[in-house]
Ligand binder design. Structure first.
Ligand code: SF4
Length: 452
């Protein structure tokens, strides 16, 4: 998963974009970068690390310009290396191009082979570079027109931004798997348009959320506002429901709904489907289980207490790239509160169960702090299938739900019970258009195949 941000015609574009990326830091912590254009000159800075580490004040002051795009990344296609950090940049016949991308292309491999057969040389192992090569070969028309012809060849998930000169173009795949929103900041000397993976990034930059970039839309940001072109493929919305379950910030509006409200409804539905007789308190797994636990407690009429405190030392454990890092991350970031836990029957609510690594450690912490009973409730169905569209669960063997049923998990975690939200319950709580969600990691029902 990644976060992308763009700003058009702001005198301090690099500084604004860095703030936007900071608001998207939860979407990727391996690398960060910016491409900033002053018109004739396009400068790129990217490095491994967080936004604060990579884009410090001195670096930003060396990136003058009025248009910028940037990305925070964790690796899906392409490993966690500097060569795969974004923005990617290339010299094309029409000038220097930069691109950032959130999502995974499902036809990147055949396209890469085709380009290599034609003599293309790749400098990264990312699918984004495939899209950039295709775009660099387009020589006719505006940047928006060239981007449109490029994205017509792409399959899978892409919310991407392209920068050349003063032109900034955003594009979103016809299924709209990954979120992408447009915002506007009114200034005395004209509007500044921004585009971001999540609305929270717009708010932090003083912009109002205007609308989503629609599935199948290619939009050029101009002085007179956004100008849209449309892909030939009919939009068929398959928004990633996992954005609401886990990824997006609770204060963002994603796919037209506030994430916090959706998560709370997931928790309420979970309480209806999976009650725990005799439970005394609902304990959220911070931070991702907090909103669902609130809904669970409200629906079940139980007290809601923080039995685990998030120490704020490290980032989100799910998106750290190795299991060893994830495990040490859990121990460092969660502290049990014995007064809440000791001698009580707990309903522990988490947003999802992917590998099970984190949950096993959390239950160990609660047991060690004296919990009498621990009942794990998951505000999503079992994650039993890998994601092809931009979330790092490529190997089915890594997914605990593909190997164990809830009773086996309870034994493995040393807890009293494990229970999930049903898929119909998820869709009821997520609301939205009927059939408009991708739920493939729960159902195995993939909207598009992965091409080899
Ligand atoms: S497979 Fe799951 S994580 Fe991937 S896009 Fe679909 S719902 Fe989202």
């Amino acid at each position: 998963m990644c976060g992308v941000f763009g700003v058009h015609l702001h005198p301090h574009a690099a500084q604004v974009a860095a703030i936007g990326l900071h608001a998207l830091q939860h979407r990727g912590q391996e690398s960060a970068g910016l491409a900033v254009s002053s018109g004739p000159v396009l400068r790129v800075h990217r490095a491994m690390g967080s936004v604060a580490e990579v884009l410090d004040e001195a670096t930003l002051s060396g990136l003058p310009g009025r248009v910028a795009i940037g990305q925070v990344r964790y690796s899906t296609t392409g490993s966690s290396l500097l060569k795969n950090a974004q923005p990617l940049c290339v010299e094309s016949p029409r000038g220097t191009l930069a691109m950032v991308h959130n999502g995974n292309l499902t036809n990147a491999l055949p396209l890469r082979r085709e380009l290599q057969d034609q003599g293309a040389v790749f400098t990264s192992s990312t699918d984004t570079e495939v899209a950039l090569h295709l775009l660099a070969r387009e020589t006719e028309g505006t940047l928006a027109e060239r981007t449109l012809r490029t994205v017509e060849r792409l399959e899978g998930a892409f919310s991407l931004l392209v920068l050349q000169g003063d032109e900034l173009v955003a594009a979103r795949d016809p299924h709209g798997y990954r979120p992408l929103v447009l915002g506007k900041r009114s200034q005395p000397n004209g509007n500044v348009w921004m585009v971001a993976s999540e609305s929270a990034a717009l708010s932090l930059c003083g912009a109002q959320l205007e609308r989503e970039v629609e599935p199948g839309e290619v939009v050029a940001l101009g002085v007179n506002g956004p100008v849209s072109l449309w892909m030939l493929r009919r939009p068929s919305r398959k928004a990633c429901v996992f954005e609401h379950v886990y990824f997006a910030r609770p204060d963002s509006r994603v796919f037209g709904q506030t994430v916090l409200e959706v998560r709370k409804r997931l928790g309420m539905q979970l309480a209806v489907e999976q009650p725990v007789p005799g439970a005394e308190v609902v304990v959220p797994v911070p931070d991702s289980g907090v909103s669902a636990a609130l809904g669970y407690a409200e629906q079940a009429g139980l007290p809601y207490e923080f039995g685990l405190i998030h120490s704020q030392v490290v980032g989100r454990s799910f998106i750290q790239p190795t299991i060893a890092l994830r495990e040490s991350g859990v121990r460092r970031k969660l502290v049990p509160v014995a007064d809440v836990i000791a001698g009580r029957s707990l309903v522990v609510v988490d947003d999802s169960l992917v590998r099970g690594t984190t949950s096993r450690q959390i239950i160990g912490l609660l047991r060690a702090a004296g919990a009498r009973e621990v009942h794990l409730r998951i505000a999503a169905p079992p994650t039993a299938w890998p994601c092809y569209y931009g979330i790092d669960t490529p190997d089915r063997g890594q997914l605990i739900a593909s190997r164990m049923n809830p009773s086996q998990m309870a034994e493995f975690f040393s807890c009293d019970s494990v229970a999930y939200l049903s898929e119909p319950g998820l869709l009821t709580a997520a609301n939205g258009q009927p059939g408009g969600w991708c739920t493939a990691c729960f159902s195995g029902d993939y909207p598009e195949p992965m091409r080899r």
